[in-house]
Design a protein around this ligand. Structure first.
Ligand code: GLU
Length: 439
C-alpha cells in the first residue's frame, strides 16, 4: 500500500508551492487508496514556531486535505536521529569529525555513482565524486535535514515522495543514506517549481502567495485546489472538477517537468465560476465574513430580517470573481456612504434635462402599486416614450445616482432590491451629485 507524506518546515506561511506539493502527495495517496501522513520538520528551533504550524494545518484543512494518523513532529524525535547517526558510525558508513571543539557526524560517501529513476524526470545518474561527505549530526546534537528526513521516511514506511525540483540535488545523498541503513529507497518524483509571470521563482514579490491570504481575499478552497491540481497535471478536459473527480482521474503527469506560471487571473476566473454556481444561501456566510472583516456588517442584514440581502447576493454573484468583490458592490445597498465614480457622473448626468425628467420618473415610481423590477421597467420605458427620449438616458442616470457606478447588474433588479425609499432619495440627489462633478 502506498504511503505519502507532506513535510513542511514551520518557518513560514503555507506557500502555494508547498500547497501544490501537499495536494499532489495527497492525491496520489487517495487515488491509490493509501495513506497521507503529515510531518512537521521543526528541528530548526529558532525559526520554527507553533503559530506557523497552526497556520499550515489550517491552510491544509481549508484546502480540503485530510491526513491519516497523528502528525509527526521531528522536534520530538531527536533521540532517534542521534541513535541512527551512531548506528551509521558503528557500521563504518559515517565518522566523527571535529567541528570547533566538539564532534559532528559526517556521512562517508561511497565511491560509486548514484543511479535512480525519477518518476517525472526519468533516469538520473550522479557521480560520486560530485557528492562530498555531508554532515548528518551537528556538533550540538541536532540532525541535519538529510538525516532526519531519511530516518523518518523509513520509520513511517513512506513509499513515494513527490516534491519540488529544489530538492533534486538532495536526493542522491538521501538515497545513499537509505542504502547505508539497509533499506531500499522510495520512489522519487520532482516537480518543477512554480514561476511568476517574469519566469522567476514565485515569491512574495509577485503578490499574494500564502494560502491563508487567498482565503482572506475570498478565493474558494475548491478554486485554489483545482488551479493547483491542474497546474502540473492534465485531466484531459480543462474544467472545474470536484475533489472526488480529481482523485479518481489523478496520475503523476510528465507535464510536471514544465515550468508552470502562476496566473492569478486564471485562478480568479475559476473562482468566479464556482461563485456563480453557488446559491445565495451558500454564499451568505462567506459574504457576511468579508463584510464583518471590513466593519460593514450590520445586524439587521441577517437573513430572517432581510430577505432582500439574499436577493442581492444572487444578483451580485454573477460578476463577482472573489468574495471580496461582494463588499464593494454591496456597499451602496447597505450604506449611504458610497463613492460616485466621477467618470460615470460626468458621462451620464450631464444632460441638463435630467433634473426634470428624473422628478417625473420619481412621480411615476411613487404611483406604482408594487416596487418590483417589471413594473419599474414598464414605468421607465413609458416615461421615456412620453418624453421622446431614449430609455437609456434614464437608465444610466438612475444607475449612477443609485449605485455611484457606470456598470451594474440589471438596473430594475437593482432598484427593486434597493427599495422605494432609497431609490427615490437617491434619484432626488441629482442636483447635488451632478453639481459636485462640475466643480
Ligand atoms: N521540510 C522540507 C521542506 O519543506 C521537506 C523536504 C522533503 O519533502 O523532503 O522543503
Amino acid at each position: 500500500m502506498v504511503r505519502l507524506r507532506f513535510a513542511p518546515s514551520p518557518t513560514g506561511h503555507l506557500h502555494i508551492g508547498a500547497a501544490r506539493t501537499a495536494i499532489y502527495n495527497w492525491l496520489f495517496a487517495r487515488h491509490y487508496g493509501g495513506s497521507f501522513i503529515l510531518r512537521i520538520e521543526d528541528t530548526d528551533f529558532e525559526r520554527s514556531s507553533e503559530e506557523m504550524t497552526e497556520g499550515i494545518l489550517a491552510g491544509l484543512k481549508w484546502l480540503g486535505l485530510d491526513w491519516d494518523e497523528k502528525p509527526v513532529f521531528q522536534s520530538q524525535r531527536i533521540k532517534l536521529y542521534q541513535e541512527k547517526a551512531a548506528e551509521l558510525v558503528k557500521k563504518g558508513a559515517a565518522y566523527y569529525c571535529s567541528e570547533g571543539s566538539s564532534q559532528a557526524v559526517r556521512f562517508k560517501v561511497p565511491n560509486k555513482d548514484v543511479f535512480y529513476k525519477d518518476l517525472i524526470h526519468g533516469p538520473i545518474t550522479v557521480k560520486s565524486k560530485n557528492i562530498e561527505d555531508f554532515v548528518l549530526l551537528r556538533s550540538n546534537g541536532l540532525p541535519t535535514y538529510h538525516l532526519s528526513v531519511v530516518v523518518d521516511d523509513i520509520d513511517l514506511g513512506i513509499t513515494h515522495i513527490i516534491r519540488g525540483d529544489d530538492h533534486i540535488s538532495n536526493t542522491p545523498k538521501q538515497i545513499l543514506l537509505y542504502r547505508a541503513l539497509g533499506v531500499s529507497p522510495p520512489e522519487f518524483a520532482h516537480q518543477s517549481l512554480i514561476f511568476g509571470p517574469d519566469k522567476k521563482k514565485l515569491s512574495k514579490r509577485h503578490g499574494v502567495t500564502s494560502v491563508l491570504q487567498f482565503r482572506e481575499m475570498g478565493i474558494l478552497p475548491l478554486a485554489l485546489f483545482n488551479y493547483l491540481a491542474q497546474m502540473s497535471w492534465d485531466p484531459g478536459e480543462e474544467r472545474i472538477y470536484s475533489r472526488g473527480e480529481i482523485i479518481e482521474k489523478f496520475y503523476l503527469d510528465k507535464r510536471s517537468q514544465g515550468s508552470p506560471v502562476f496566473d492569478i487571473s486564471k485562478l480568479e476566473w475559476i473562482n468566479g465560476r464556482l461563485i456563480s454556481d453557488k446559491s445565495a444561501e451558500e454564499l451568505f456566510p462567506l459574504v457576511k465574513a468579508v463584510l464583518q472583516e471590513k466593519g460593514l456588517w450590520q445586524h439587521d442584514l441577517d437573513i430572517e430580517k432581510r430577505p432582500w440581502f439574499l436577493q442581492l447576493i444572487g444578483l451580485l454573484k454573477e460578476r463577482s470573481r472573489k468574495i471580496e468583490d461582494f463588499s464593494d458592490r454591496a456597499l451602496p445597498f447597505i450604506s449611504d456612504n458610497f463613492p460616485y465614480e466621477s467618470k460615470a457622473v460626468k458621462k451620464h448626468l450631464k444632460d441638463e434635462r435630467l433634473g426634470e425628467l428624473l422628478a417625473r420618473l420619481s412621480d411615476d415610481f411613487i404611483g406604482l402599486e408594487s416596487f418590483k423590477a417589471l413594473p419599474l421597467e414598464k414605468a421607465l420605458r413609458s416615461r421615456a416614450e412620453k418624453e421622446g427620449i431614449k430609455p437609456a438616458l434614464l437608465i444610466h442616470a438612475a444607475r449612477v445616482l443609485v449605485l455611484g457606478t457606470g456598470v451594474s447588474p440589471g438596473i430594475f433588479d437593482v432598484l427593486e432590491i434597493m427599495g422605494k425609499e432609497k431609490t427615490l432619495e437617491r434619484l432626488a440627489a441629482f442636483n447635488s451629485v451632478s453639481k459636485s462633478s462640475k466643480q
